[in-house]
Design a protein around this ligand. Structure first.
Ligand SMILES: [Zn+2]
Ligand SMILES: [Zn+2]
Length: 139
């Protein structure tokens, strides 16, 4: 079972099944709702999502008819999205998870909509935390 919490901690979830079809989505809606280059999302079964606290804190924004992005109203963390055409599954926002998962992303999608500064440059330095030299007081 996977566990997750939103940024403020009011919304807590358990995911009681596997995560399927994990992708990095570069579409403009995912960029705007995440505030960054892309969102990493995967399908879960609706029956596998257990909201253990903060359900009343979750609101949604309907981006197109029947498609809703559900988020914490306190801290704005994305939690999942839903589609009325497929109520048996949800699209989990993987950033909410606190536990390691065994599944892995399979692809980048909507790369035609990607930000022009989003280059997947593997030659850039990679760090586990903030880059060295960053002034922590200005975070
Ligand atoms: Zn929150
Ligand atoms: Zn997207």
């Amino acid at each position: 079972m996977y566990k997750g919490q939103c940024l403020c901690g009011k919304v807590s979830i358990n995911v009681k099944g596997p995560i399927d079809s994990i992708i990095h989505c570069h579409c403009s809606k995912c960029r705007k709702s995440s505030g960054t280059a892309y969102a990493t999302n995967g399908f879960i079964q609706t029956a596998d999502l257990e909201i253990t606290s903060g359900e009343e804190q979750i609101a949604h924004f309907e981006t197109s008819p029947g498609k809703r992005r559900h988020f914490c109203t306190v801290c704005a963390s994305p939690v999942y999205s839903s589609n009325d055409l497929a109520p048996e599954q949800l699209r989990l926002r993987l950033g909410i998870l606190d536990t390691d998962i065994v599944e892995r992303p399979s692809s980048h999608i909507f790369v035609s909509s990607r930000a022009n500064w989003d280059r997947f440059d593997e030659s850039l330095s990679m760090y586990d935390g903030h880059e060295p030299g960053r002034n922590k007081a200005k975070v």
